[in-house]
Design a protein around this ligand. Sequence first.
Ligand code: M6P
Ligand code: ZN
Length: 193
Amino acid sequence: MTDFATPPIAPFAIQFDADAARLTPEGPTLVRRMSALEGLFADHQAWEAAVADGDPIVYSVQSSPVPEVNRELPQSITTIEPGTTAGEFWMTKGHQHPDHQGEIYLALHGTGGLLMFDGEETAWLDMTPGTIGYIPPGWAHRSVNVGDDPYKFLAVYPGGAGHDYGWVLEHGMGNRVYSTADGHELRPFTARA
Ligand code: M6P
Ligand code: ZN
């Protein structure tokens, strides 16, 4: 067998239940409440009011037990609750991979979108069940729930890619995604007020 500096984990099976949106065996689950999204919504006062009003869960991420280390290939299922803050759809924090590597998302339930930004250009993919969104190396990525139901997707990503949240706070994501009478609309990024 190849001599790795850090020995990989042993082969094992993961049960993927698309209906229940669950991976078994389960690894860690991450819950992000509104307070964890500081500085990300355009309307800071509306964000503060939502934090004060019960600090709702915006999204949660359930992982399989594959570790986030170099060469391993972890998976996770993210559930974004439906909601808006001053008209801006609820979303993940979004991140850039410090070690630029690709990632895929498979939409499972609900209606979402995948917003990507490479520092100059923005890309948007409509995500409905069955869509695989491909995130190329070097594109920061954020998921947005643009529907009335929870939006759920499976992610598969290189374990050593990392999560740079500061990049998104500094550069934004190129666009913001707002609720409109007949769906959603992308508007040019504005710094938070
Ligand atoms: C997906 C993957 C994870 C990520 C999660 C939440 O499941 O991309 O790596 O952590 O979405 O997104 P964020 O880290 O931006 O909060
Ligand atoms: Zn990522």
